[in-house]
Write a protein that binds this ligand. Sequence first.
Ligand SMILES: Cc1ncc(COP(=O)(O)O)c(C=O)c1O
Length: 491
Amino acid sequence: MADDQDTTPILDALAQYASSGSISFGVPGHKSGRGATADIKRVVGAEAFSADATTQKGIDDRRETQQIIQRAEALAAHAWGADYAHLSTNGTSLSNHAAFLSVAAPGETVLVGRNAHKSVIAGLIMAGLRPVFLEPDQDEDWDIEHGIPLAEMERKLAAHPEARGAFLVSPTFFGVVPNLPALAKACHNYGKPLVVDEAWGPHLYFHPEMPTAAIRSGADMALGSIHKMMAGLQGSSIMLLKSGLIQPDRFALCYDLFESTSPPVQVLASIDATRRQFALEGEALLGALLGRARRARQAFAEIPGIKVMGREILDGDARHGLEETKVTLDIADLGITGYEADDWLTENVNLSMGLSDDRHLLACFTIGNDDQATDALIAGIRALATWAGSRSARERRGRPPGMPRRCELRTVMELTPAEAFFGKVEHVPLAQAVGRVAAEMVTPYPPGIPRLVPGQLIDEAHVAFFRLGLQAGLFPLGTSDQSLKTVRVVA
Ligand SMILES: Cc1ncc(COP(=O)(O)O)c(C=O)c1O
C-alpha cells in the first residue's frame, strides 16, 4: 500500500464527499457554502466551501474506519523515506512547537541553532525550555548566517550533557545546507536526537542534484512546509520521524496537542496531491526548475552592481550544500537597499520577491515559476539596475551608515525565554533598552529570525540595528509595538 504513490486517499475522499449532497446538521455551519455570502464564494471559489469537509462524517465515517488520513500519512512517510509522518495544517510553525515537546519536557535543556525562525523561539516559550544556542557560521562578506559548524555542535554537546536534543534549520532561508550527516552523527554519539526545521526543504528529497535532505542524512525528525517550495496550500506542513531516540507515540501525541480538531481538509488534500506530484514527477519538475534558476543566476551575474550568492561560498562544513532555486542577490553596489529595490519592483514591474533587507534581495524559484516568469524577473532586475544607476549621488543612499552587521548582534541570555516572557515586564523606549532583558521577540520579517528573544540582554548594537533598520524599511513582525518606539523588557 505504501508504494501506491499514484493514489491520494484524502483528495479522493474529499471529491466523493463534495459530490455526495449530504444534508448536514453538524459543522461547518456554512453547510457546503449554502450559508456563505456570494462575494466570499466569488473570491475564493464556491468549491472552497463545497470541499470544506470534516474529517469524521466528511472524508471518513463516524469512527474513521476508512483511516483516510492515516493512509495518506503512510504514503507520505514512504515518499519522504521516514518511518512515520503527520500532516499538519498550521504550517511548520505548529510542527516546530510539537517537535520540541516530542523531545523535551518543561524545564529541560535543548541545543538550538540561533538562526532559528520565530516559531522555534515560540516553541521554547510555550514548552518552558532552557535553550543553549548553537552559533551559526557568520559569512561576513555576505552578512548572512549559514548553518551550524560541526565544531560548534560538538563543543555544545560536550558542555551540555543535560541537553535533550539539538534543533537546527536546514536549508537556511538563503538555501544553505550544513553538513547534516556529520551533525546527526555527532548528536547520536551523545545519544541525542537531531531535529531539523526543514521548512524550506521538503522538495530536496525528490532530485539528486539537491543538497542532502535531513531524514536521508540521519536526522531523527524533519519538519517541512509543503506550501513554500512545493505546491501545497498555505498552512500545509509535514512532520517526519525516523528515529531510535524519539518515541513514535509521543511524536503522535505531541502533534495531536497542537492540531485543530477541525483541520481544513483542503489543506490536507493539497499535501496529499503534492506528495503524489513530487513522488511521481518530482525529479522532472525539479530538473526543469533547476535549469530555470541557473539561467536566471547567470543572467543576474552579468548585471553590473549585482552579486549572486553561488557555490563558491561552500566550505564542506556549515556551508555544505546550496539549494540553487533560492537565489540571493547582494545589491549594495547599486546604492539602494533591498527594501527600496523590493518596493520598486512591486510598483514598477509587478514583481514580488521572497525577501528583501538592508542589502539583499532573494528570489524563490519553484515549480510554479515558468520560463515566462523567469524572463520577467530577469528583465525586472535589469530594469532595477538601470533605474538605480540613473539616480543622482544624493539619491543613492543605500544601507544606513553605522547599521551593525548581523555578526555584531550578540546573544547573551539572562533568563529562559519563558521566564522573561511570562514574568513581570514593562515597556521602555527602544533607545533606553540598552542593558535591559528582552521580554518579547523582535523579528525582522522576512527572514523571521528574531534578533532579540525573550531573556536576551539588549545591547547598543541591537538598538542601533533596529533604529537604523526601521529607517531603511525593516518590518518587525509580532512585536508589542509595531513601530518599535517601545520594547517589552523584564521589569
Ligand atoms: C526556517 C523556517 N521555519 C519555519 C517557518 C514557519 O513555517 P510556516 O509558514 O509553514 O508556518 C518559516 C517561515 O518562513 C521558516 O522560514
